[in-house]
Design a protein around this ligand. Structure first.
Ligand code: DGY
Length: 433
């Protein structure tokens, strides 16, 4: 375990740039929102200064309206497509003047990351002082979401692009692609020069991805216009669970800091409404877990994925529902021949155990599940998720994602996507502590 820990530290050191981390060389050569947050948790265990800088740099790229972009393009790089010239964040009147970025966001992890960092810290007063200096920006980000991403005032926010979900090419989106007919774009893929195309989204999928961005750009990334016109408009259980979990953390941290009664009251209000609607609208009784809701076409998207279980991390389900979810998870995703937890239903014909978010196991989701299961008192399953996660990295290295089928792991070649991937290393460090 010691050598694995040391190797993980090395991965993080190598992916550290001036003031932020890249998720991995070549494939992802900039700063990504949710990567950055999860990476900071890893750094907090051995280099608190870097953990703090990671968060500060991320928040420094916040827009005038509270929005935080999904990629911050700190440097020029020709190893990534689509870059800043495609995204054109400058079209938005309140975008950052300092950094070029995308005009979409990613799961809002920052609130709970601050709480994790505080828990890890060995110098609590100093860390609380740091948190005091940045927490209002995170609050402002939540305010952005509730003010601009909830057109029906339900307490749930939408995402307008699959890249906002973090689960980029999940089969969840397949039916949405069928409602669209984007042009055939001419462009040069970069990702598939670094990673086997069998492990990445298809060209046609990229056409859809680019087309949604073009629609948003046509309207200068106006939230109102996006809500009105984007063919992709989804209430995502993973994304909303992250927001709820982060709000909970902000409440706890504000209480620790003292004062801030109004913000605490507002957060509590968002929180209560969000959890109520989440449980009413996103829980699917027949599947025994949470599902996505297609807000554009007004219908639930009834598939099981690792996102279906993520609400456990945010304390959203009742104990009774959580019991059912754990049962479903073990039955479908957790057989003796499987590593927990595949990113998509292994029994579905859409399952593909090598292709990015269409089936492989991801360390970030496992980390959330582990923590959530532990908090609910499912210590055996929590332990299993932890052991599986460690075994995946011991067998294969710090890959971006892993095959869930145990028989694929015999020769240590069941890690896919980017190698020396930062959040895999960062969260392993946290799991080993
Ligand atoms: C990619 O380029 O695949 C990224 O995940 C987008 O966020």
């Amino acid at each position: 375990k010691d050598t694995l820990y040391k190797k993980a530290v090395e991965v993080l050191e190598n992916n550290w740039k001036e003031g932020f981390s890249i998720p991995c060389a070549k494939l992802y050569p900039f700063q990504w929102f949710w990567d950055s947050g999860l990476i900071a948790i890893g750094f907090a265990h051995f280099d608190m200064k870097k953990a703090e800088q990671e968060i500060e740099t991320l928040l420094d790229a916040q827009w005038g309206n509270g929005f935080i972009p999904h990629i911050i393009f700190h440097t020029e790089s020709d190893t990534y497509f689509p870059g800043p010239d495609f995204h054109r964040s400058d079209l938005h009147p309140q975008s950052s003047k300092k950094y070029r970025s995308t005009g979409m966001t990613q799961p809002p992890v920052t609130g709970f990351v601050l709480e994790e960092i505080y828990k890890i810290s060995k110098d609590k007063p100093a860390t609380l002082k740091f948190i005091e200096g940045v927490i209002d920006k995170v609050y402002f980000n939540h305010e952005y979401f509730y003010d601009n991403r909830d057109p029906q005032n339900e307490g749930l926010v939408y995402i307008y692009h699959n890249w906002e979900s973090g689960t980029d090419n999940s089969p969840i989106w397949d039916d949405i692609w069928k409602t669209m007919n984007p042009p055939e774009y001419t462009f040069e893929r970069r990702d598939t020069t670094h990673v086997d195309a069998a492990e990445r989204p298809s060209k046609r999928e990229y056409d859809h991805y680019l087309y949604i961005i073009d629609i948003a750009k046509e309207h200068n990334y106006s939230d109102e216009k996006i809500a009105e016109l984007s063919p992709f408009l989804v209430q995502d259980p993973l994304f909303n669970a992250m927001l709820i979990k982060s709000s909970k953390s902000l409440i706890k941290l504000y209480e620790r800091i003292g004062g801030n009664e109004e913000k605490i009251a507002q957060l509590t209000q968002w929180q209560q409404k969000a959890i109520a609607t989440f449980n009413e609208k996103l829980y699917d009784d027949s599947l025994g877990a949470y599902v996505h809701y297609d807000l554009r076409n007004e219908k639930p998207i009834k598939f099981l994925s690792s996102s279906s279980f993520a609400p456990i991390y945010a304390g959203i389900p009742s104990k009774e529902r959580a019991d059912k979810m754990v049962e479903v998870m073990l039955q479908k995703f957790g057989g003796d021949h499987q590593y927990l937890c595949a990113s998509f239903d292994p029994d579905s014909e859409r399952f593909n155990p090598k292709k990015y978010w269409r089936g492989p196991v991801w360390v970030n989701l496992n980390w959330m599940l582990h923590n959530g299961l532990k908090a609910y008192g499912y210590s055996d399953v929590a332990l299993r998720v932890k052991q599986d996660t460690i075994a995946l990295m011991e067998n294969n290295g710090f890959y971006e994602y892993f095959d869930s089928r145990k028989d694929m792991h015999k020769d240590g070649n069941a890690g896919y996507g980017g190698h020396n991937f930062s959040w895999s290393a960062a969260l392993l460090i946290d799991l080993l502590e």
